[in-house]
Design a protein around this ligand. Structure first.
Ligand code: DAT
Ligand code: MG
Length: 140
């Protein structure tokens, strides 16, 4: 597997609880490099676009409300097989099912407020990175 880039969000429950450094420590310990990072307040339109694939789900409104409820940290992570590697580091969507040592097991409070986002495939990673970063903001 080649070196890949994936898109990550440290969600509002992470910024609210002052956990961004703790999550970044887990990310870096796993060998992923943070090659772009900024703290932003997501707009409703940005959150709706970002999660458009889930727009028909019953939790969509709640999800958009949560993602805009406070600052987030958007990131680009780089490493060997980074997309799958970061999904491993994150743990299962529902923290109740997340493996020991994963970010969601360590920090997440509920399936809705689950601390981190990570892209699920190369195509979505490219789209998500382009939604939040210009090429010259990513420094590998
Ligand atoms: P993941 O974030 O692990 O890729 P996903 O893409 O299936 O999970 O869902 C996106 C987000 O939507 C997820 O991180 C939290 C929210 N979500 C998913 N399932 C949910 C549920 N059953 N109830 C409330 N929120 C949910
Ligand atoms: Mg997903």
């Amino acid at each position: 597997m080649a070196v890949q880039r994936t898109f990550s969000i440290l969600k509002p429950d992470a910024t609210r609880r002052n956990l961004t450094g703790a999550v970044n420590a887990v990310i870096e310990k796993a060998g992923l490099r943070i090659v772009a990072q900024k703290r932003i307040q997501m707009t409703k339109a940005q959150a709706e676009t970002f999660y458009a694939v889930h727009s028909a789900r019953p939790f969509f409104g709640e999800l958009v409300e949560f993602m805009t409820s406070g600052p987030v940290v958007v990131q680009v992570l780089e490493g060997e097989n980074a997309i799958a590697a970061y999904r491993e580091v994150m743990g299962a969507t529902n923290p109740a099912n997340a493996a020991e040592g994963t970010v969601r097991k360590l920090f997440a409070e509920s399936v809705g407020e689950n601390t981190v986002h990570g892209s699920d495939a190369p195509e979505t990673a490219a789209i998500e990175i382009a939604q939040f970063f210009a090429g010259n903001e990513i420094v590998g």
